[in-house]
Write a protein that binds this ligand. Sequence first.
Ligand code: ATP
Length: 310
Amino acid sequence: AHSQAIGAPKIPSVSWQDIGGLQEVKKEILDTVQLPLEHPELLTLGLRRSGLLLYGPPGTGKTLLAKAVATECSMTFLRSDGSSESLRYDRESLRGINSCVCGVFFSVKGPELINMYVGQSEENIREVFRKARTAAPCIVFFDELDSLAPNRGHSGDSGGVMDRVVSQLLAELDGLHSSGDVFVIGATNRPDLLDQSLLRPGRFDKLVYVGVNEDRESQLQVLKAILRKFEVDSSVCLSDVVERCPTQLTGADLYALCSDAMMSAIKRKITRITEGLESEAGSLTLTASDFSQALSDLQPSVSEQELQRY
Ligand code: ATP
C-alpha cells in the first residue's frame, strides 16, 4: 500500500493567481515564508523563522496554498542563488518517500509515512528530513499532519507507536534550527487532534486559518480564479452566479460547480455533434444554462456544525 500511495513525482505549477480570495491568508503566508527567504539578513536581526500550520475545513485551499508557496519560493531560491544549482536533486533516491517532488518542494501525506513495521515510521520521518536537508533550500509540506502527530497518549495505539513517531517529528523539527533553509508547512482539518507540543515556538508556531468563503466577493474571486482555465461565454454574469450560490462555500465546492457546468457543456456538445449541428473540433464554452444546471445541484460540503469546530 505504501508504494501505491506514493506515485510518480509531480511538479506543482500553482501560482497565486490560481487561488481566489484568501487575501489575508496569502499576505500572512508571504510575510512568514517569503520575507525571511528574500531577506535572510532579517534573521540575524532577530526575526525568528516559524513553521506554518494551515488549518481549516476540507477543500478550502490549504494544499493549493502550499503549492503556490513552493512555486513562488523556487523562484526566490533561484534568484538568491544566481543559478539553478540548488534545484538539483536525485529523483531516484527520493522515490518511496515523496508523493510530490520539485527539488524545492517535498509533499508528504502524513499517513504515507506510517508503517506497521517496528521503527519504520520513525525511519521514514528521519528520511524525509535527511532528503530535505540535502535538497535545501527547500520546503517540506506535511499534509494531514494530524495523522502523523496525534495527541500523545490519546492516539489509542497500545504499543505507543504513534508516541515515538511524534517524538521523532519533534526532534527533527528542533534539529532544523541549525540549518535554517528547510521550511516546514503543515496542513490539517483537525487542529484539535494535534499533539500540542508541535505548536511550540520554533515548530509549527504560525497558525493560519483557511476558511470557507462566506461573502459574495470572495466567492466571486475564487470562481474567477478557477475559471481562468475554462472558456466562458460572454453572456455569463459571474456575479449573478454567485448570488444564486449558497453561502459558506469552500473553494472545492466552487470547483465542483465549475466542473458540473463543464459536464453540462460536454453533454450539450455531444448532442449537437450527433445531430450533425456541430463538428468535434472547436472549444467547449460554458453558458449561463450550464451554470444554472450546475447550481441546482450545489450543496455546501461543510456543515454549519462542522464550522463550529474551528
Ligand atoms: P483537504 O483538507 O481536504 O486536503 P485543502 O484545504 O487542502 O483540502 P485543496 O486541496 O487545496 O483543499 O483544494 C481542493 C480544490 O479546490 C483545489 O484543487 C482547487 O481546485 C479548489 N480550490 C480550493 N480553494 C480554492 C481557492 N481559494 N481558489 C481556487 N480554487 C480553490
